[in-house]
Design a protein. Sequence first.
Length: 348
Amino acid sequence: MKHFGFPFGKRFPHGRCSRIVKAIFLMLVFSFSASVLSAQTIKLASPLPEGTEWHNALLRMANDWREITGGRVKLQIYPGAIAGNEADMVRKMRFGQLDAGVFSAFGLKAIVPETFVFTLPGLLRSEEELDYVLENFMGRFDERFHEEGFEIGAWSKTGWAYIYGPEPIYSPGDLKRHKIFVDNTDTEMSIVFKSLGFNVVPVGINEITVSLQSGLADTFYAPPVGAGAYQWFAFAPYMTDFRLSPVIGGLVLTERAWNRIPEEYHEELKAAMKRMASAFYAESIRLNEEALAVMEKHGLHHVAITDEQAKQWMSVMQSGHELMVGDGRSVPTDIYEDFTGMLEDFRN
């Protein structure tokens, strides 16, 4: 009977050696199984359609995550709103059916209402101001996301919303003669516009075209890419050159999913999310410029306003903030005062 030779010149009986070999084999199997079981699949819902550069940015981020973690974290993307609207996405994340989502300001507001301070109409005036508050104020909401059981991965910006009408709209007084579309999922914004004396028509995003065709609504606000992609501008071809509010959003994960990922990867994964947000912005700038060029060729008119008219817009819009600011409202008073105070410091 043969015996196995081991280092140090010691020889073991065949039966004992067999047990040792089996033990080593089982250890290797368990080690491999543990590494397989430790791999995490993060289910991310996105309203962005496949084939767009925005979706491609998510795919690149998924690849980055796989490389950073050596395959231990994989991103499974559900694009094109197949997981439902933003309210559905938030609910599914709370129930554990989804792990992450790409959200607009309205989706972020559904999780942490006070984040809506960034998109209050007539508050921010320029890209420089938006960059400043995103860099210096957004960290204030990290703890609030944690309190709600979420982790904010990255903030994104995708341009500005403008008002479009069937005729030139120079001032808030002009707008009051029209019927403006407001998303029917955002009742608070409807209340604000109504309180300011505007004629509000709350309808779903997928009903805007029919509403404009039928005359139910004749005015809307959106970034150029939205007005062009859905061809809403064909019914309201006059764009007022007043930046109503920035269009922002973010990538959010549940804390449950984030904590499943080994902490050693967190910093690099966050960096990958920020790269994705930068790609979103770059693509948004390109698409907004492209949309404007196409719309201008097909009858879009820019409505230039005076400095005095711009002040009227800001004054009227800011007067509606009191309906969204205060105890029991979206934006607490201290958040609003700190935010506007920071803006004033920056402007001065």
